[in-house]
Write a protein that binds this ligand. Structure first.
Ligand SMILES: Cc1cc2nc3c(=O)[nH]c(=O)nc-3n(C[C@H](O)[C@H](O)[C@H](O)COP(=O)(O)O)c2cc1C
Length: 177
């Protein structure tokens, strides 16, 4: 599947079939997505946990009301404000560390989707509990989860805003290409 096809066909999955763990090529694709992602000032301050242990996933679910279904894996995307400040300055600490994580998240969503794996970004979780559960160092903050597995559902119908409302050319409001 090429990148544009992956972008156009990806949808969030919230229920997963029980088919064992993720194939190794999927785990490899997650690693590659992380390692090849850009970051502001090339600070690379983020950290990522790939959780595949069933008991650990169960515990994460207990503290994550936004995480639906029984995923085969959960990725925890963490930022490190102090390292972002040190390597990239104030803008990295305040804003770019989140932008950086967003880009990695998109890479992971698209690469795993292209390999037939359903996924969903999840922000609704208890940060403090997840931090403790995963033994994250004090300076590291869990910001986003991504659940992954074999999707059991066909995607819900999605309302998209009109193209003209969200895209302009050359100056705001001009809709001519
Ligand atoms: C930053 C972010 C946080 C999200 N958090 C949750 C969440 O906690 N629970 C959930 O079920 N979906 C969550 N979603 C998924 C969105 O609801 C979903 O992307 C949106 O409805 C569009 O649907 P689509 O992903 O199928 O295109 C999140 C998405 C993003 C980008």
């Amino acid at each position: 599947m090429d990148v544009l096809e992956a972008i156009k066909t990806r949808r969030s999955s919230r229920s997963f079939a029980e088919r064992g763990g993720l194939p190794i090529e999927v785990v490899d694709s997650i690693e590659q997505s992380i390692l090849h992602s850009p970051s502001g000032s090339n600070a690379q301050e983020s950290h990522f946990l790939i959780v595949q242990n069933k008991e650990q996933i169960k515990r994460i679910k207990r503290f994550s009301p936004g995480l639906s279904g029984d995923p085969a894996a959960v990725i925890v995307l963490c930022s490190n404000p102090a390292e972002a400040l040190h390597k990239g300055g104030k803008d990295s600490e305040e804003v770019l560390r989140f932008v950086n994580l967003g880009i990695v998240a998109a890479y992971i969503l698209l690469s795993t989707h292209s390999l037939g794996i359903g996924n969903c970004p999840v922000r609704s979780f208890h940060k403090k509990a997840i931090k403790e559960l995963l033994a994250l160092p004090h300076e590291m903050e869990p910001e986003l989860l991504i659940s992954l597995g074999y999707s059991k559902e066909s995607p819900r119908k999605k309302k998209n805003r009109a193209k003209e409302e969200v895209i302009s050319f050359d100056r705001y409001g001009n809709i001519q290409k």
